[in-house]
Structure formats: structure tokens, C-alpha cells
Design a protein around this ligand. Sequence first.
Ligand SMILES: *Cc1c(COP(=O)(O)O)cnc(C)c1O
Length: 716
Amino acid sequence: MTNIMAKNLHGRLRVLAQNLWWAWHPEVIRLFTDIDPILWRKVQHNPIAFLNQLTPEQIENRASGVALYSRINYAFRRLNEYLERQGTWGATHCSNLHHRPVAYFSAEFGLHESLPFYSGGLGILAGDHLKSASDLGIPLIGIGLLYNQGYFNQRLNADGWQEEDYASLDIEKTPLEAVTDSGGQPLVVGIDTRNGQLRARVWELHVGRVRLLLLDSNIEGNSTEDRELTSRLYGGDKRVRIRQELLLGIGGAQALQALNISTGVMHLNEGHSAFAVLEEMRRLMEYDQIPFDRARRRVTLCTVFTTHTPIAAGHDRFAPDLVEEHLGIFRKKLGLSHNDFLALGRINPGDRSEPFCMTVLALKNSRWANGVSAIHASVSRRMWHDLWQKRREVEVPIGHITNGVHVLSWLAPQMHRLFQTRLAQDWTIRMVHPDVWEKVADIDDGELWETHQALKTRLIHFVRRRLIVQAERLGHRDTIEQIQQILDPQVLTIGCGRRFATYKRLNLILSQPDRLARLVKDPYRPIQIIFAGKAHARDHGGKQALQRVAQFCFNPDYKMRIVFVENYDYNVARHLVQGVDVWLNNPRKPLEACGTSGQKVILNGGLNLSVLDGWWNEAYNGQNGFAIGRGGIHNDPDIQYQRDAEFLYNTLEEEVIPLYYDRDRSGIPRHWIQRIKNGIQGLGWRFNADRMVKDYAERFYLPSANALSSDDNRLF
Ligand SMILES: *Cc1c(COP(=O)(O)O)cnc(C)c1O
């Protein structure tokens, strides 16, 4: 082989690795695995780190050894075809956005386990939004922060107590590219505050056809304190938080201006980025020489705000002094007095003691606001009713678009192959159509079950590997032999992965220990449970709840059938949602805004067992999963807890377990499989991110862009 060929191959793999498109194409992931499966796992599925460790010659040798040439070339062509495709949904329907894309602001983006820019659901949702916008061909650009240390890594100590550690990101091992200004210098944005200028440089990531800009304060010229500003997600106090949000909102909008990107629509994914509207107003005032009120009307017309939490503490509020310190200089550019400025973020502008709330700023300055499920929207209308005191609660202008998940990111390759052979050829680009999913009825029960069982086995092996690493770290060498046998693919496997926040009530299933022991130890129809989840570093209650779970693990009363997997992240979530029989979700209603992890389970052949909150309240029909309770809410959370626990055990004992173990002569649970199929057929087309992003485009993005391009100057 010639050297030029070798360079070509390595070069092509690098091109593939530079665009996150690879992360939702199983055949490309397969390429990396086939080149060197051990290294691939060792670098934690990070293709750049992977390629950094292999010379072109080594790749060449491996590729010819396992005949990968044509597959690499094919993947390379597919990427280029994808990037250049003309007839996308967006090309046909979103022509107004082509010169004025959507700017999608979010404090988190969860795209893959190798990019630690997320902590949980909000970030994963934003990542899925970008990927679907890319697949659909909707002109959209993401704006976020580059966290050098991301969210923490979780370890449990010998007492089952959570400890946190932070690893620093090595940019050389990421596909991040430095963004340069027109003079070829690194692009830097700066915000003047009363105690100096806060600066950040800009990086970008390619997510299919979509660009994601990330601001990074770790540059020379910033104070030591500021250099660490973007190092951690949700790590600091209010001061850190407002400075992060200044960068995200004002710095992000400045970056777009510096790149000559005129935005048609601003989409604020949660209130963290709401300062962006102010910078856009400032720009219009300067550029068009118009007064603040007109600039404000214009910006508002093209702004969409999505709120994500019914928990009061989830809405940032800043003391007036802190706001003045950071935005005092900026507000003068808007020509506003101290109080007029604060009024933008106050429910009651006359109340001088009221803090400045980012959600209020977003609600007051957007044309559309939405929650992420029907229930969440109604809770939000109640929560923010005071902003519209003259209206009745039902008239508060907060609607909903229910979240969905990016199917190709969450679907197991084995399931993907099964769908590929049974559904229409173009199912991946037509998944919002119900007819695409009807053919699931034709999939052979045995084949579906076999595929699911293989995925469950894969999950169990993953859990064992993780537990062995943990046992070695803790010096529990004596348990390793036991761990190698832990969990059984024939046993009904319940998964429960989510943040250990109090309202999520991960301990509900542990609340009657004897009853649980009976279920776990049942000689004929046992269950096993896999937990995962992080508690916020400062959430003592969450850590206690986690410790309680840990106490059930390795407890002989439970036959090692309750386990906890450390460090819940994208990778752990993917294994869990692809391999469990049942996904357990029992937050305290109505505090679950939407919940998306259960949606990932459905297409992989699992069933949901969930309280009727968030998306599940819209999805459950009695035949496509299981409900905990009947959707009631009690004012006393303790009573609600007891009731829901009772409902949970009853449903397990009376419905879930009998159905799972009801087998025909060949050992196949026909009725269980019918529920799986009902789930895929009835829910697949609704709870995916393509449907969600299309909803945003049709209801918000396009009307915004139309308003901008109309000649109706009265609007402005
Ligand atoms: C999907 C996902 C979430 C969000 O799921 P919820 O149902 O809201 O808990 C959070 N974290 C990770 C890692 C996920 O993959």
C-alpha cells in the first residue's frame, strides 16, 4: 500500500470524526469499533482521541486486515451527501430562514459522552434539538458555553456516599475548532461591567449541518476568577451564575454579530440566556437609530422562550445590586434608568425589593412562550399568572410543545437493523408519520424478543464491568467473583436513571423493604433493579437518598438484585434505556416538566412504568405501558408519597410481573410484546425530536421570520 492511500484513509476518518454526525450513524460507530474495539472503549468512544493514538500506517493495516476500505469510503460519501442534500424538509418549508437562521441559546448541550457540556435533561434535549434541526435541514445555529470541566464525575465511597471529581477537557481530544474574526485572529467577545471587562473566545462544533458556537472565558487578559467562570456547570454562587449568563446571552449575541449572522428568530432554551434579547435590542438601536421601545417590540416579535421547570429554585433570580454591578454600563446604552431596567425582570415593576428574574425577562420579551408538556404548561400558567393579572389563568399566554428524543441517537444499532429491514426504506426521514410505524405489527415476536434480550444481556455485561471497576477502586476484591455473576437476563429488569433530586423520589420503590424483598426473591417471578443518577454536589438530601439506594446493593436480603451504576451520563443512559424491560419513573406530580428518558426506552423495546405526569400523561392509553396511580395529586407530599408507593407495588404485583412472566410454549411473552408493539406504533411518531422541532418551526420559527420579512413597518 502506498503512503498516500494511508493518509487518505486516516484523513477521511478525521473528517468523519470532526462532525458529530457520526454519533447518530451506527455504521460509522461500527467502523471505529472494528478498527480497534479495545482502544475505542478505552478512549470512551471519542473518535478524535482514538485517531490521535493511531498512526496512518496502523489504521491502514487494520483496515486492510478487516476489509474496511470500502466502508470508510462509503461513510465518507454519506457524510458529504448528507451535508449537501438539497431536498430537505427545511429547504422546502423554511426558505425564510435561509438568510436569517434561528439562534438557539442554551446553557447546556448534551451531544455525546465525550463532550461534557450538559448535566441532565435540559442539555440532552438541546442536543437532540440540534440534531433534529440538522436532519430536517432547518437553518439553526446553537449558542452555548464551553465548560472545561463540565458537570462532575460521580464516585461512591465505601459508605455509599457520593463524591465528586472534575476532569479537565483536553481540547486536542475534541472536534472543537477555534472561530476566527475577519482578520484571522481568534474571535473574542467582551462585556463591560462595573469591575472590568469580561471576555471570552469562541469555539465551534459541527453537528451535522448545524453549527454550535461555544464561549470560553479561559483566556489571557481575564482575571483568574473569570478564567474559571465557564469551567463548571452549575458550580458557583449567584455571582458566577450571573457572569456565566452575561457571557451566554450578551456574549453569544455579540458572537453572532461578529460573524455577520443576522438571526431571524431567537430561541431561548430556558431563562439562562435571556440577556441575549437585550443585546439584540441594543444592536437595533444603534444600527437602525431607533428608540428602545421600538427595538424592544421588534426583538420581542422574533423571540421564542421555552421554560423547563415547575420548581421555583430552577428560575434564576438576582439581587438588584448584583444586576447593577454587571449590567449598569450596558443599561446606559439602552438609555434606561436603574429601575426601568430592573422592571424588565420584575413581576411587579413598582416593587423595589423584588429580585430580577431571568424567566420574567424572557416572558416579558418574547412573542411566544411554551412549556414542555401539556401539564407543565398549565402549571406554568399558574406559576406566572401574576405577570398577566388582568387575564384569567387559562388565558396566560404559555402554550406547550411536548419534548421528543432524537431517535437515531438513542436507538440501539440492533433495533435499528430490525427496523431497517421491516419499515419503509426512508423511515428515518419520515418518522413523524404514523404510517411509518404501522409495519412494526409485522415484526416477528420471536425476533423482536431475541433482539431485546440481546440488548438486555449487553446492559448486564456493561453493569458488571462498571461494578468491577468500582469494587477494584474500593479494594473489595472479594466481591469481584460475585459481580461476574450479578443480574440475570431472564429476570424482569427494571431501570431507574435520573437526577437524585428530592421531587424525583428515586426511593419510592424502597419504601416498603419487606415487600420489595419478596418481589426480588420470588423463586419463580423475581425482579431486579438497576439504579443510576447524580445528586447535585450541594444537595445533601439528594446524597442521602442515593446512599439509601446504595445500602440495598450487595445486601444479601436482596440477593444482589439491586445495583447502582456510578456516573449517570449519556453513555450510561444509552445502555440503560436500550436494555431494560421496564423504565421506572415516579416523580411527585406535577413537578416533572416532561421527562424524556422514558421516550428513549419505547423504541428499544422497553415499557414505561410511570406516574401520569409530563409526557406519559399524554402517551399512556392502558395498552402501551403501565401507569402508577390514576393521576391524582395530594396537597400533602407525604400522603402522596404513601399513596404512590402503594400504587407502585400494586401495579408491579398485579400487572407488570404477571404479564412479563406469562409465556407461551416457546417461552415468548406474547402479551408483553404486544404492549411493546403498541408503544412503538402509537408513540414512535409523536415523541421524537423531529416532530418537536417541526412543531417549533411551524408554530414559532416561520411566523417570526415572516414578521421580519414583511414590509409592515407598523409592526416596528
Ligand atoms: C434523557 C436523559 C435525561 C433526561 O431524562 P429525564 O427523564 O428528564 O430524567 C437526563 N440525563 C441523561 C443522561 C439522559 O440521557
